[in-house]
Design a protein around this ligand. Structure first.
Ligand code: SF4
Length: 63
């Protein structure tokens, strides 16, 4: 949920960076009382960031 809050209060770029901390287990989807699809939102942020800058660990021209 903190990543989503970061996207709202700071920027999508900062949120996208934090989204890579998520392992995609889906536990947050199971417990959210209002059924926010958090893991799907986090996945979308990851794909946006990866498409824009490459996956983490691949930045900085290390090909
Ligand atoms: S899917 Fe949800 S509970 Fe699982 S690591 Fe990502 S944010 Fe955490």
């Amino acid at each position: 949920m903190g990543v989503i809050w970061t996207a709202i209060t700071y920027s999508l770029e900062e949120a996208a960076e934090l989204s890579f901390l998520c392992i995609g287990c889906g536990a947050c989807d199971e417990v959210c009382p209002v059924e926010i699809p958090l893991s799907g939102i986090l996945w979308r942020l990851k794909t946006l960031a990866a498409g824009k800058e490459g996956a983490p660990g691949r930045r900085g021209g290390d090909t």
